[in-house]
Ligand binder design. Structure first.
Ligand SMILES: CC(=O)[C@@H](O)[C@H](O)C[C@H](N)C(=O)O
Ligand SMILES: O=CC(=O)COP(=O)(O)O
Length: 263
């Protein structure tokens, strides 16, 4: 690993544990709750312990002054929920664009099992080659997603994370299989650090239990968006998730750390 790659991975993690809060959903869903005043949300989640936030590059000017020293990841493809096919993520920038926007790393979404998988394989491979030349880490968001694909099947998720490693990514995010034992089958499929997506917002307990289960299945952390940025108290829920990811807390301890149950 080059010194640059290693230094930049350190900027988006703490002791090889990752609490990333993606806020690229403005392309997908519009300015949903938590993204209208994205400046305050970024301030809250990073004050609560997020290692890095993630957006599309156009939002970069709204990120840097509000991230309390956390890392910054620029996401490089996108699609919308109102367009003809949400799986058809199109490239939104290059590794060089991301560096110009102040990125410490880049990310790219690939739907393994969708009709667009072949194009997305080529695009991710091209990005990892470009990023390698710049010493820039690549987070592959490798979902098992497509017609007839079970998005929480450990075999499909294991295939997706392995594909990310084969294509040269440095960190891989995927869906959660539902419990720690089955998620261990996903993490054993690759040597990359594996982080989970959160999906649509759950209760505080559901969020923390999901993170605890993933960590028990040897995840390296989370790339958790809506459950954190759509929360009434983004700083508190980030603090609760951080307690699990960074401090190894159990569910009750984490809920207390977030201020969600009596201390
Ligand atoms: C809306 C979804 O189903 C998510 O999985 C998104 O694809 C996540 C991603 N950050 C996005 O908004 O594109
Ligand atoms: O970029 C999107 C993610 O990494 C996951 O977002 P979610 O809202 O937690 O599914």
């Amino acid at each position: 690993m080059t010194a640059g790659l290693s230094a930049r991975l350190d900027r988006i993690s703490t002791n090889d544990r990752y609490l990333i809060v993606p806020m690229d959903h403005g392309i997908t869903m519009g300015a949903v709750e938590g993204l209208v005043d994205i400046e305050s949300t970024i301030d809250g989640v990073t004050a609560g312990g997020a290692d890095a936030v993630l957006t599309q590059r156009g939002v970069a000017p709204r990120v840097h002054d509000n991230k309390n020293g956390a890392g910054y990841i620029v996401h490089l493809n996108g699609s919308t929920t109102i367009g003809p096919d949400e799986s058809d993520k199109r490239v939104t920038g290059t590794a060089e664009d991301a560096v110009r926007a102040g990125a410490d790393a880049v990310s790219f979404h690939i739907n393994v099992g969708s009709d667009h998988e072949p194009d997305q394989i080529e695009e991710l491979a091209e990005l990892t080659a470009d990023a390698e030349r710049l010493g820039l880490p690549v987070l592959a968001m490798a979902y098992a997603r497509g017609p007839g694909v079970d998005e929480s099947d450990p075999e499909a998720l294991g295939h997706a994370v392995r594909l990310a490693e084969e294509l040269g990514a440095d960190v891989v995010k995927t869906g959660y299989s539902g419990d720690g034992d089955s998620f261990a089958r996903v993490t054993e499929s690759t040597r990359l650090p594996v982080v989970i997506a959160g999906g649509s917002k759950g209760t505080d307990r559901e969020t923390v239990e999901m993170v605890r289960g993933a960590m028990d299945g040897d995840a390296a952390g989370v790339s958790m968006g809506r459950s954190i940025f759509q929360h009434d108290d983004p700083e508190g829920i980030a603090r609760a998730v951080s307690a699990v990811v960074h401090d190894g807390a159990g569910v009750e301890e984490a809920l207390r750390a977030g201020g969600f149950v009596e201390a």
